[in-house]
Design a protein around this ligand. Structure first.
Ligand code: FES
Length: 509
């Protein structure tokens, strides 16, 4: 039976397994972390291990944002290709990319062992196989770049386990991994609380600033937390325009389907398309699906807000996967998530430009789990004044001139979305909307986002993003208003779902 999960939080997230929220009884700490996804929780765990007092604040449940939408590939292979990282950041940059992501997987494995977390952690091979856009010579160049980056036991040419996946030479990368992300984070969250960390959920943060060596975190409920340091771990950062314009939001799609046990050997698989397809297998019992295993297929990304054809994209995923992975059966879940793509392919992890005590981690580029673990190790070192060889590569202050054309191209999206303030609405009259649909309508000089729910009631909000004023677009799968410019997302009632915006869309009529 096919199940379209629509808004996808419920697919993976069982909030009941997480420890309940702490009350905000103390408002002073060493480090205040904003964001309770994998990045925030990983940082909290690392800091608590080092005896640092931590308060973590999230506007929803733990892991309730992009984290619960991950497909949980743990890879030390640069998803934007080692050859591209080397072109933009040199051989040393590519080497650190591999070293840091490999260290992140090792660290996750270590935490799983130390904390005895039952999360199906499994080491396995990864296979990069060529799409039509990549000839054998380019594959060899990518393999050689991987070896230069330190991946000495990468294998090329290698055969994927099934010729149907690819009959052409592929690259095999050993020591990749997969796990159940939510089970892992439940264990991490419990360890944080055990070690004195406070996890405060369902409390929105309005601003993060600093004054006289103190970080000041203001909450929407009027409370203020003061800390020696703050870490902004909100997927899209709610601070620093400098960083917000150096990454672009993309929506990615994923589905899980039944597959006969052992029909496809367990491994991570991905191709060389841009955007690329990615696949892994999951034992059925983890998903409570009885006897079948699950195959998880992802890809078909597009720039946020610039497409509304989710169903067609799910169909394309299946069309791509069925001839390659035999025995795919009923689709169980469909979902989507948003990834932030840095213009030079490397995440931003470190001190916020121009600030002394505020750190951020963002720009996951589809590698959010390993980037988050890198952030935990790196930011902890920076806070403690320890040298870290990864600091320069990930520095939010870095300048990568070679990425300037990409940055200009990505930011061109903002021009038409700002100009959209002047254009007519998508439809003339809200009564033309079918139940369950939405459109941007012109009301005098204003653009208004109108959603008509299944019962026929209208929900109207300003269509002007409260971050920098672009016009938002309707996301029919997630039923949200998404901003193509820097990735802010809003619920049908205007509530902020994703930064960088921190102010809701105003209600209209
Ligand atoms: Fe920047 Fe909307 S997210 S204008």
């Amino acid at each position: 039976m096919e199940q379209n999960s629509g808004s996808t939080e419920s697919v993976w997230l069982n909030s009941a397994n997480f420890p309940p929220s702490d009350a905000l009884t103390e408002t002073e700490c060493d480090v205040c972390i904003v964001g309770g996804g994998v990045a925030g929780l990983s940082c909290a765990y690392q800091l608590c291990q080092e005896g640092v007092s931590v308060i973590l604040v999230d506007d929803g449940p733990l892991a309730g944002g992009e984290t619960c939408r991950t497909t949980a590939h743990l890879s030390s292979v640069a998803d934007d290709l080692f050859s591209e990282i080397e072109r933009l950041h040199g051989k040393e940059g590519a080497r650190i990319t591999y070293e840091s992501h490999a260290a992140a997987i090792d660290r996750i494995e270590e935490i799983v062992t130390i904390e005895n977390i039952d999360c199906d952690f499994q080491r396995l091979d990864g296979y990069l196989f060529p799409a039509d856009n990549m000839d054998d010579e380019a594959m060899r160049e990518e393999y050689e770049a991987a070896v230069r980056a330190g991946f000495h036991d990468a294998q090329y040419p290698a055969n994927t386990p099934l010729p149907s996946i690819s009959s052409r030479p592929s690259i095999r990368f050993p020591r990749q991994a997969q796990f159940d992300m939510i089970k892992y984070l439940v264990g991490v969250a419990k360890a944080v609380q055990r070690d004195g960390g406070k996890l405060v959920t369902n409390q929105a943060v309005e601003s993060v600033s600093e004054e006289d060596e103190t970080a000041i975190i203001k909450l929407a409920n009027g409370a203020t937390v003061t800390a020696r340091h703050a870490i902004v771990a909100t997927n899209a950062p709610i601070v620093s325009l400098t960083i917000q314009v150096r990454q672009a939001p993309y929506r990615t799609y994923a589905l899980s389907a039944d597959i006969a046990p052992s029909a496809v050997p367990a491994a991570l698989y991905w191709d060389t398309l841009d955007p690329y397809h990615y696949v892994r297998l999951q034992k059925g019992d983890t998903l409570k699906d009885g006897e079948t295993d699950q195959i998880i297929i992802g890809g078909e990304d597009h720039k946020t807000g610039l497409a509304d054809d989710a169903e067609a994209r799910f169909e394309k995923l299946l069309e791509w996967a069925r001839p390659r992975f035999p025995g795919i059966g009923a689709v169980r879940h469909k979902w989507s998530g948003q990834v932030m793509e840095p213009v030079d392919y490397v995440a931003f992890i470190g001190k916020v430009p121009g600030r002394s005590n505020i750190f951020l981690t963002t720009g996951d580029s589809g590698m959010g789990i390993t980037h988050s673990t890198i952030a935990a190790l790196l930011i902890s070192d920076l806070i403690h004044g320890r040298d870290n060889p990864w600091a320069e590569l990930y520095s939010p202050n870095r300048v990568t001139l070679k990425s300037l054309p990409t940055m200009l191209k990505e930011n061109f999206t903002a021009v038409p979305r700002l100009g959209a303030q002047l254009t007519p609405g998508e439809i003339k009259c809200r009564d033309d909307l079918e139940p369950g649909s939405a459109a941007v309508i012109r009301h005098g000089r204003k653009k208004v986002g109108v959603y008509r729910d299944d019962a026929g009631a209208f929900h109207q909000v300003s269509a002007t993003c409260t971050h920098l004023g672009c016009v938002v677009a309707w996301n029919p799968l997630e039923k949200s208003w998404d901003c193509p410019c820097h990735g802010s997302r809003f619920d049908v009632d205007g509530t902020v779902l994703n930064g960088p915006a921190t102010t809701p869309l105003s209600r209209e009529g």
